[in-house]
Structure formats: structure tokens, C-alpha cells
Write a protein that binds this ligand. Structure first.
Ligand code: PMP
Length: 355
């Protein structure tokens, strides 16, 4: 700790992202990236952003991308907010809608950035423990609170809440903001975007990082009532006018306009997920029902940390969380079929070596 740090910096407990090795040695199944490249149309659009354009600032409002998203979701342009990845949209949302007056609530076993944001913005929070089977006890979200946030599908468990339950949470919390973090919604869950016009307290956050293969471009967005979007704009414009660069804006527009490629790659991932789920069950794994691009798994006779280490030795990275309740589970991103064949082959060997 440095004497030059502010008290704020001294007291932070930053989020630690999954390992991002910069060489190509590993089969990377640890940070839920898409195994397929972005659409060719994205690459072409980015190439068209010429040198002279890069000397000029981008559109601070990202109007063209907002319009493309509004058309895609059948909403108005002023119901769309853009950010540098959904992490930034989440951070701005914590600032815009939650404060220290009343505790916000979110699940215990969820995306670990939520506690980090709550801490930096001095927002009190109360955790709602997941049920034994990792489902969310919906009624716990009805209690008095200063706001609600949860991912759907949840991370790192991958399971989903039906829309009717989300609707109940929205009705019970009509005077507070309910944020549904839909980073993984395109892999089989029902999106709450359908409820945006009905509930003024609903903010849905999505990303181009997963189903659109653009984790490297950093584009996230929120959809909601225009009052909520205006609140987000106030916060964003008090921090940074230009959160999305020219390449990101053009690339994201091309991605949203290539529906065929999007459908093709997400369907491939869902098919692979189905196949890998049954292969894992055959060799004794318990697999939580997933509507995301990853599986949350455990094995009754081998410790998760041992499987994690053994896979690592074989150049396969998966995610291990050294945390209460889930330290015997692994989160495995769905890679392409070739990667997953190698994963299954190696995990089979690990299981048989253990017997
Ligand atoms: N929400 C959840 C639940 C996530 O798992 C992630 C990815 N780590 C994000 C949001 C952030 O994704 P990005 O910033 O790449 O949009």
C-alpha cells in the first residue's frame, strides 16, 4: 500500500478477472468468450474506419449504434444506453440508481463484480443465498430493499429464471430499480427486454462480448425506460464523454446487422453444450442445467481443484472459484467442437486415472 493512495484507493478490493494468457498455448475455456470469430462483416466495417477518421473523436452519443439496437429490439432510441462493455454499464447503473440510503439485494453466488461496485460506490447490500440446487429464491427479492440486481442466466451457475418470476419481482419492487444482467441471455433464456415498455423500473443490460463474439471490442448496452437511460447518460457524461471508440461503434453496428451469423454461431454453441452435457453426465459429472455458453459442473469423486490443475497441466484452462459453497465446482466455457473433444478426452482420462 502506498502513502500516496487516497483513502478510497486504499480501501478497494478490485475484481480479479479470469486468467488471460497472451500466448496461444491453451485451450481457453475459462472466461466465457465465444469460440467463433466475429462476423466477417464486423471485420470489414472496422477496416473501413480509416486513418483520418481516427484523428477525430467518435460520436459521444453513439447515435447510429443506438438506432440499430433500438430497431433490433423494437424500442425507441432514447431507451438505449451504450457503454465500454457491460461492466461499464453496470458500474454506471450502480452510480445512477443505488445509494447508501437502503441496502440493495443480489444473490449470494453471482457475478462477483456486484460487490466490488457496491463497495467502491459505498452502497450497502444484502445477499440472498441461492437454494441448495442453485436456483434463486424469488420471494426473497420481495423484501424491502434499495434496488435489486441479478444476472439471468446466473453466473457462474448458468441457470435461468422464467420471465413470470422476473415480472413478480418487478411488481413487488415497482418503486425501485431492478437490473437484469443478461450477459448470457442469447444462449436459450427468455429475455426481459419484452417487459421494458411495461415496467418503468426495469433495466436490462446486455453485451456484444458473448453471443456476438466481440469481447475484445468492449461494447455493452442497457435497455429501459427513457428516465432510466437519462439517469445513465447523466452519470456517463460526468465521467467520460467518449466511452466507445470509432472501431467499436462501427463493429457493433455490423454485428447487430448480421443476424444470420449470430443465429448460426449461437445455435452451434447450444448444440455443443447439449452434447458435452451428456458426455459429462456419462462419466459421472453433475451438470447444472445451463442456458448460457458455459457449464457449471462437479464430480462426486474428484475434487474440482484437482481436475482444474490436471487440465491446466494439459493446456486446458477452465475456471475454478475458491469460494464457499462452490469450491467443488468448475465453470467450463463451451468452446468449438474440436476444443470440446479434447476437453472431454482429457477429462475422461482424469476421471479414469482417479478410479
Ligand atoms: N455480467 C456478467 C454476468 C458477466 O459474466 C460478465 C462477463 N465477465 C459481464 C457482465 C461483463 O461482460 P462485458 O464487460 O464483457 O460486457
Amino acid at each position: 500500500m502506498s502513502k500516496y493512495w487516497s483513502r478510497l484507493a486504499q480501501n478497494l478490493e478490485p475484481y480479479v478477472p479470469g486468467e488471460q494468457p497472451q500466448d496461444k498455448k491453451y485451450i481457453k475455456l475459462n472466461t466465457n468468450e465465444n469460440p467463433y470469430p466475429p462476423s466477417n462483416k464486423v471485420i470489414d466495417a472496422i477496416k473501413l474506419v480509416t486513418d483520418d477518421k481516427l484523428s477525430l473523436y467518435p460520436d459521444p452519443n453513439g447515435s447510429e449504434l443506438k438506432e440499430a439496437l433500438a430497431n433490433y429490439y423494437n424500442l425507441d432510441k432514447d431507451q438505449v444506453f451504450l457503454g465500454n462493455g457491460s461492466d461499464e454499464v453496470l458500474a454506471f447503473s450502480f452510480m445512477a440508481f443505488f445509494d447508501s440510503s437502503e441496502s440493495i439485494i443480489f444473490p449470494d453466488i453471482t457475478y462477483s463484480f456486484y460487490t466490488v461496485y457496491a463497495n467502491i460506490f459505498k452502497i450497502n447490500y444484502e445477499l440472498v443465498p441461492l437454494n441448495e440446487d442453485f436456483t434463486l429464491p424469488i420471494k426473497e427479492l420481495y423484501k424491502k430493499n434499495g434496488g435489486v440486481i441479478f444476472p439471468n442466466p446466473n453466473a457462474p451457475t448458468g441457470n435461468c429464471i422464467p420471465l413470470e418470476d422476473i415480472e413478480k419481482v418487478l411488481i413487488k419492487n415497482i418503486n425501485r430499480v431492478v437490473i437484469v444482467d443478461e450477459a448470457y441471455i442469447d444462449f436459450g433464456g427468455d429475455s426481459a427486454v419484452a417487459l421494458v415498455d411495461k415496467y418503468p423500473n426495469l433495466l436490462v443490460i446486455q453485451t456484444f462480448s458473448k453471443s456476438r463474439s466481440l469481447a475484445g471490442l468492449r461494447v455493452g448496452y442497457a435497455l429501459g425506460n427513457k428516465d432510466l437511460i437519462e439517469g445513465l447518460n447523466r452519470v456517463k457524461n460526468s465521467v467520460n464523454s467518449y466511452t466507445l471508440d470509432r472501431l467499436a461503434l462501427k463493429g457493433a453496428i455490423a454485428a447487430i446487422n448480421d443476424e444470420n451469423y449470430f443465429q448460426e454461431t449461437r445455435n452451434k454453441i447450444m448444440d455443443t453444450r447439449k452434447r458435452i452435457t451428456s458426455e459429462l453426465i456419462k462419466i459421472g459429472f453433475n451438470v447444472i442445467d445451463s442456458k448460457s455458453n458455459f457449464l457449471f459442473i462437479n464430480h462426486s469423486s474428484i475434487k474440482a481443484v484437482d481436475i482444474f490443475m490436471k487440465l491446466r497441466e494439459r493446456a486446458i484452462l477452465v475456471r475454478y472459484f475458491k469460494m464457499p459453497r462452490i469450491d467443488n465446482y468448475l465453470r467450463v466455457t463451451i468452446g468449438n467442437d474440436k476444443e470440446m473433444d479434447i476437453f472431454i478426452r482429457e477429462v475422461c482420462k482424469i476421471v479414469y486415472e482417479n478410479n
